[in-house]
Design a binder for this molecule. Sequence first.
Ligand code: Q9C
Ligand code: ZN
Length: 655
Amino acid sequence: MNMAGKTSVNGESNGKVHRKVGLVYDETMCKHDTPHGEAHPERPDRIRVIWENLQLAGVTQRCVVLGGTKAEDAHLQLVHTKDHVNLVKSSTNKKDYQSDRIASLVNSIYLNRSTSEAAYLAAGSVVEVAEKVAKGELDSGFAIVRPPGHHAEADEAMGFCFFNNVAVAASYLLDERPDLGVKKILIVDWDVHHGNGTQKMFWEDPRVLVFSVHRREDGGFYPGGDAGSYNMVGEGPGEGFNINVPWEQGRCGDADYLAAWDHILIPVAKEFNPDIILLSAGFDAAIGDPLGGCRVTPYGYSVMLKKLMEFAQGKIVMALEGGYNLDSIAKSSLACVQVLLEDNPIQGSSEEIPFMSTWRVIQAVRKRLCAYWPSLADELSSKLINQKTPTPIVLTSNSNSEAKDNAHELLDQLSKLNIETHKVDTKVSTSWRSDLSKVDVWYASFGSNMWKPRFLCYIQGGQVEGMTKPCVGSMDKSPPKGITWGTYPNRLFFGRESTNVWGKGGVAFTNPLTNPNDQTHMCLYRITLEQFNDVLFQENGLNVDFASPIFGLTALQLVEKNGSTPLEADLAPWYGNVVCLGREGDVPILTMTCTLSVIEKFASGEVPLSPPAKAYANTLIRGLVEGGIFSEEEAEAYIDDAASKPLYINGASRF
Ligand code: Q9C
Ligand code: ZN
C-alpha cells in the first residue's frame, strides 16, 4: 500500500508563506524485513513511526508529499558495479536470497523477497527529491527511506545498506543533469557510523565534499578500520575534499556536534560554497539509540540543520540513514522537518560542554585539513577549549515578528523534548555500572567462549584466530575471579547461517529446556554483573556503552525465580534469553542462549540449523581440550554429534 501516493502542493497556510518542503514516504519500503521475522534494529517500524509522528504533528499537510520512486539501473551504476546492482535485483528470487552465494557476500545485512524493491525505492526516492530541489520545485526535502545507504560500497552491501542512496543522488545531479547547474555538492553525514561507502565513491572527486562525523574509537566502532580516520582526506583531485571527524568515544552530545559544526564544518562550507547539500541523516547519534551510544537531542539536530540552511540557499536534501530508537528518530525527524519548514531563528542553550577529547579531535582535524581550507588554520583559543560553562547558542536570520512567534513555538516544543531526554539520561546513565559491578555471577559459556583467550576478548578487547574483527571488551577489564567447568542437562546445537564475527557457519546455542539425556559442557567464569552485561551487549552486536543495562538487578531476581528471562528482543535478537542454571554458593550461574520461541523456529526449520565452520568449531575444541574436559578426538566427536542430531522440542521442565 502506498500511503503517500498523492502530491499536494501547499506553499501557504494561514497566510504565512512557508518554504516548500518535500517528504517521501512509501509504505512499500516497510516490506524489507528479516527473512524469518527475526528481530533486528533496522526494522520496518523505523520509517513508520517517523511518518506517523510527522502526521500527528500536522506537518505533512504543510509539505509536498511524494510517493517513492524506483531508481533506474543506469543511475545506480553511476556509483555501483553492474554486478552489485544485478545481485541486489536478483535477490527477489526466494531461492537466491537464502542462498549461500549472497549470504557469503554480506556484512551486517539481511534480505527477504522485498529487499530489492525497497532498495530501489530508497535510492530512487532520494534521487527524486534531489532533482526537485535542484530544479527549485522544492526548497528542501526529506526522503524517509530504508534500507539505508551510506555503508554500501561500489560492489558491496554492508551495514544494513544495499545501494548508497545519497551517493547515487549526488552522481545523478553531477553526471546526468548538467542542465540543473549543480556543480558542487556538500554531503554531510551525521549518522553515528562512518559513511565508508560515500567516502570511497567520491574519494578523488573535488565536486563532492564529503563530511562525516562519527564514533570511531580508534577503529573499534563499526565499520571499523582506518577508513574513518581524519587522515583520510581524499586523493588526487579530491585531496582535501573528504573530512572525517572521528569521535574517540561514545556519549558525544549536542555540545560536541555543535563544536564540530562551528569549528570545522561551517567554516569549510563557507569556503566550499556548495550548490546543494545532501544530508545523510542517520539519527543513531541520538540520545537513547541502542547502537550509537551518543546523546544528540532533537534540539541539537535542529540546530545542526539550521546552521546548514545558511548555505546553498537552503537547498537541503535529507535522506534517512540509521537510527534505531523509534522514539528518538521520530522526535529528531520532526524537529528537522520543522526547521526545513520555517526559516525562523532558533534560540536555546545546551547544558553541556564538549569533552576534552572532542577538542582534541577537532584540533587534529583542523590541523590535517588547514592546507586545503585556510579558515581552519587558526589555533582555537585556550579560553574556548578550557571553557567550563556552556556557550549559549544563538542563531539569527532575517526575522520578523511573526517569525519570532513561530520560533517560540518551535523552541518551546524542542526544549520540552530536550528536558525530557536529559532527565531520562541522567536517571539511567549515572549509576548502573557501579551498582552492577558489586554483584558477582558465574557466566556459563558453551560456545567459543569456552576457550579462555576468546572469552577474554569480551573483557579485555581484541580478537583471536578465526574472528573477523576485534571486540571492544568490557568497560571493566579486570579478569574473571574464577574459572570452573560444569555439565548441564541441556541440548547443545548449532544454528543460523553466519555471523559477523565468524563468517559462514552456525554458532552454538543450548536449549533452555532441560532433558536428562542431554549434556552441554560449559566453562564458567566468575565475573561481575556489569561485565556480564558487556558480554551480552557484545554477543548481540551492541555497543557496551548503553545508558542502561540489558540485564539488571530486577532481571537477575526474575531469572533466579523463573529459571529464565527473555531480554528485550529488539536489542538481543540472537542471545536474547538469560537462563539460570543453578547457584554456586550464593552466586547464580547464568548462561545466555536463544528464547523458546526461537527454539521452536529452529525445531521447525524456520530458522536454519547449520554446522559450525572449522575456525569456530576449533575454538570450542581448544576450550574443551585446554579445560581438561576432553581429548581432541572426544571434543570433535562431541561437536559433530551436537551439529548433526535433529533438534526436538522436549516437554521437560523449564528451569
Ligand atoms: N557486532 C547504519 O546505521 N553493526 N548501519 C554491526 C556487529 C552494524 C549500522 C555490529 C551497524 C550498521 C546505517
Ligand atoms: Zn549508523
